[in-house]
Design a protein around this ligand. Structure first.
Ligand SMILES: *Cc1c(COP(=O)(O)O)cnc(C)c1O
Length: 375
């Protein structure tokens, strides 16, 4: 196969292509925005309630509460369960920093467990040893769009009387043994950051749950702790899903399953082309998982050199994430040292996220693969 030149019409290959998606739905989106503008119900308007109804049904959960971001979804859920100062919450050492910052913002302490080399998700064999009398919840992350191994986690939580809060911010529509991510634990937290599989045109987030008490507390916490205007029962905050974003999400939700399917097909194409390449480890799809490929993450030696080579070719590869959370400056106070989570540390040096989005063409995928194989 010959490598296309830098003048190739398929270039550049972005990591995600939000314009391509917008082009396919622009008329519908404009109409949805116009409706909100004409109605003028900008804060907690009709589109928010409509989206909460649609998204809870999509996730096969009873309730959904729209909030300002994925970070707030996690923070408010922890607070909604009464988790705070003096409490510990167990999560994965290789997650995005929002997961651990949410625990800190709730006033609790993140306790980390290493991830599994094959799936990249929290290693269920390493959770139980972290449980102390202070532990209140396990917070698994469905990283890259693949569910964590939830049944052992749910079992363990039940035995120890802990809550399970899913960080489903990368897993809109992913399934674990046929059950939707977000509806498996006591609550599931989503982000609608623009680059997520279901993304708004700005920040947004949501909590889904079957728990009516948590739902009521979240509805208050996001809105200054109030149910009735000017009667404030809780010390809440201002973190409501924006009505314009909810209207846009209502349009996009109808397309989510189709988009996820296209991502799976793109992942298949990558796997077909790269399967014979000896130094590349392709992402594993676990037998219990329906993976939605928020990210397509390979492992490759000399990762930094390869990344540079791809960047020279105008290919938007990325690293998710280059520093495990226990080695971040912001979490130095947790007291973990280098070597504490060897699998997370190893992966941080080897992982490489290749461009993936529903509209990515076969030609672009082939061009990325050519770049990977060049020496
Ligand atoms: C995106 C993301 C978040 C945070 O979402 P925001 O909407 O950006 O606050 C949390 N956890 C994970 C795993 C994420 O990918």
């Amino acid at each position: 196969m010959t490598s296309p030149s830098i003048q190739d019409p398929f270039l550049p290959v972005p990591l995600v292509d939000l314009q391509a998606q917008y082009a396919g739905i622009s008329a519908e989106v404009h109409e949805a925005i116009r409706t909100v503008l004409e109605r003028g119900d900008f804060v907690l308007g009709a589109a928010v309630a409509e989206f909460e109804k649609n998204f809870s049904a999509y996730c096969r959960a009873k309730f959904a509460v729209g909030v300002g971001s994925g970070l707030d979804a996690l923070t408010l859920t922890l607070k909604g369960f009464g988790i705070g100062p003096g409490d510990e919450v167990i999560t994965a050492a290789n997650t995005f920093v929002a997961t651990t910052l949410a625990i800190v913002q709730a006033g609790a302490k993140p306790v980390l467990a290493d991830c599994d080399l094959e799936s990249g998700n929290i290693d269920v064999r390493k959770i139980e040893e972290k449980i102390t009398p202070k532990t209140k919840a396990i917070l698994p992350v469905h990283l890259y769009g693949q569910p964590a191994d939830m049944d052992p986690i749910l079992d363990m939580a039940r035995r120890h009387g802990l809550k399970v809060i899913e960080d489903a911010c990368q897993a809109h529509g992913a399934e674990y043994k046929g059950r939707r991510c977000g509806s498996l634990g006591d609550a599931g937290c989503f982000s609608f950051y623009p680059g997520k599989n279901l993304g708004a045109y700005g920040d947004g987030g949501c909590v889904v749950t079957n728990d009516p008490e948590l739902t009521e507390r979240l509805q208050m916490l996001r809105n200054y702790g109030s149910k009735v205007k000017y009667h404030h029962e809780l010390q809440g905050t201002n973190s409501r899903l924006d009505t314009l974003q909810a209207a846009i999400l209502n349009v996009k939700l109808k397309y989510l399953d189709g988009w996820n399917q296209k991502r799976r097909e793109a992942a298949q194409t990558y796997k077909k082309i790269l399967s014979g390449v000896s130094n590349i480890v392709l992402p594993a799809v676990m037998p219990y998982a329906s993976h939605i490929f928020h990210l397509f993450v390979i492992r490759i030696p000399e990762r930094d050199r390869v990344l540079k080579e791809l960047q020279t070719r105008k290919i938007g590869a990325g690293i998710h994430y280059p520093i495990p959370v226990h080695q971040m400056d912001c979490h130095r106070d947790l007291g973990y040292s280098a070597g504490a989570f060897p699998v997370s540390e190893k992966l941080a040096k080897e992982i490489l996220s290749l461009p993936i989005y529903p509209e990515i063409s076969q030609e672009r995928i082939r061009f990325v693969c050519d770049g990977l194989r060049s020496k």
